[in-house]
Design a protein around this ligand. Structure first.
Ligand SMILES: Cc1cc2nc3c(=O)[nH]c(=O)nc-3n(C[C@H](O)[C@H](O)[C@H](O)COP(=O)(O)O)c2cc1C
Length: 423
């Protein structure tokens, strides 16, 4: 199955970020169609029919989320675009932000119109300076054409859009920490419920979606929800962007139909393992998802259900390729250093647990491993994930356990060689 470029269509054109170029491709016709010819219920119906699932990691159906908001309820309501893109291995949103920001902005305006929202924030990670400039320029262009601001296209609907820069914290990608950060508070997750749909930005109803989720919306309105759904599998509609990195022949961002066989994606599109080496393992959805061994990839297709059936997750669509030379102990040491550094510290099991996990792997990697260290990971892991406010605990426990279970011999070899095991 080949690539199918909808969001990425013409993205490599040097003018792809400009509004004139975007409109020459049919950009903003979906907005005109939605506002001119469709009721809010009709738009919502198409988004539900499209089977579009949130592209930020959790895969929650966008149409259902949009349906939580009551457009006619009094008082301000907000839209948030999650452009934090913090998950290691993920670099697909940056591509949209920098090279095709209007497709996301058009999707946001349609979303705001459908849910009757007053203002929107694009929460963009601090390190994304060039994407920020591109998005700010695109917002100014959209105001100039009358797609943002008061009485958009004479519809009586008004919507303002702002960028908001994060300061580079991974946890600020978690939607409630992100909301706190927009409000000027420390970026720490909130207890849910209440969910953002009831109590979001400034305590008001808020919808949060990922960059790619919004970018899928214009094509759904132009071609219909069924058209989009039929591109993918019965449960995972449409196309999906994957960023593939590591020991791969052709790293990059690819858009493929959901349900594309793994083999077609990896070997035909991405060229397989770099330099003719053997494949050792694949992390399919970003560093927080369990690692898979080559035999587990047999028959896998690139969609939420198939990857889950193999014991991992599609996550943020960040595929990391590991060849035969990869030292799994060294890699886990690097991953856990990241999570220990990024825990926001609010929940004790996560704050202490992420440091413990890093301490253990650090000593194994540096020749101080102890007998029983692998059991200690298992034991500690049981008490972290279920006892935290957000999914950060699971984000480092689940991949760790997959590493030590699937590559146990490698970890044991390090421990056996170590000073402390030798007594
Ligand atoms: C620790 C953590 C980090 C996250 N980081 C991101 C992120 O960088 N970008 C993103 O879109 N979603 C991220 N999410 C998921 C968001 O909380 C939320 O589910 C998403 O923005 C909803 O949009 P969607 O339904 O379109 O996927 C993260 C979640 C967790 C628990």
């Amino acid at each position: 199955m080949p690539e199918k470029r909808i969001i990425l269509d013409q993205i490599d054109n040097p003018n792809s970020a400009s509004i004139d170029f975007y409109m020459s491709l049919g950009g903003y016709t979906a907005l005109k169609k939605a506002m001119g010819n469709m009721s809010r219920d009709q738009i919502l119906g198409e988004v539900k029919a499209s089977n579009l699932r949130g592209r930020g990691g959790a895969g929650f159906p966008a149409g259902i989320k949009w349906g939580f908001i009551k457009p006619d309820a009094p008082g301000p309501k907000y839209l948030v675009c999650n452009a934090d893109e913090g998950e290691p291995g993920t670099f697909k949103d940056r591509e949209i932000l920098q090279k095709k920001p209007h497709i996301m902005i058009e999707g946001m305006i349609i979303a705001a119109y459908t849910m009757g929202l007053d203002a929107g924030y694009i929460y963009i990670r601090g390190e994304f300076y060039e994407p920020l400039l591109a998005v700010d320029k695109a917002i100014a262009e959209a105001y100039q054409k009358g797609f943002l601001g008061k009485d958009i296209l004479g519809s009586g609907f008004s919507f303002d859009l702002y960028t908001y820069r994060g300061a580079g914290a991974y946890i600020c990608g978690e939607e409630s920490a992100l909301i706190n950060s927009i409000e000027g508070r420390r970026g720490m997750p909130r207890l849910k419920p209440p969910f953002p749909a009831q109590n979001g930005v400034y305590g008001r109803p808020t919808t949060v979606n990922n960059v790619e989720t919004f970018a899928a919306v214009p094509s759904i309105i132009n071609n219909g929800g069924k058209w989009y759904a039929d591109l993918g599998t019965p449960k995972s509609g449409g196309t999906k962007l994957f960023s593939i990195s590591g020991h791969v022949q052709r790293p990059g961002v690819y858009e493929i139909p959901m349900g594309t066989p793994w083999k077609d994606f990896f070997y035909d599109i991405c060229g397989g393992v770099k330099d003719g080496k053997q494949l050792k393992a694949v992390i399919p959805g970003g560093s927080s998802t369990p690692v898979l061994k080559p035999e587990e990839l047999e028959g896998m297709t690139m969609d939420y259900e198939s990857i889950a059936s193999k014991g991992s997750m599609l996550g943020s669509g960040a595929v990391i390729i590991l060849d035969e030379t990869t030292d799994m102990v060294k890699l886990l040491n690097r991953i856990l250093h990241f999570y220990a550094h990024e825990s926001c510290g609010q929940c004790t099991p996560c704050r202490e647990g992420s440091d413990w996990f890093y301490d253990i792997i650090h000593r194994i990697y540096h020749g101080k491993g102890r007998e029983g260290d692998l059991d200690l990971f298992e034991n500690l892991g049981k008490n972290i994930g279920p006892n935290t406010i957000c999914a950060f605990g699971d984000a480092f426990v689940t991949p760790t356990l997959s590493f030590i279970r699937k590559f146990r011999e490698e970890f044991l070899a390090y421990i056996k060689r170590s000073d402390s095991a030798a007594g």
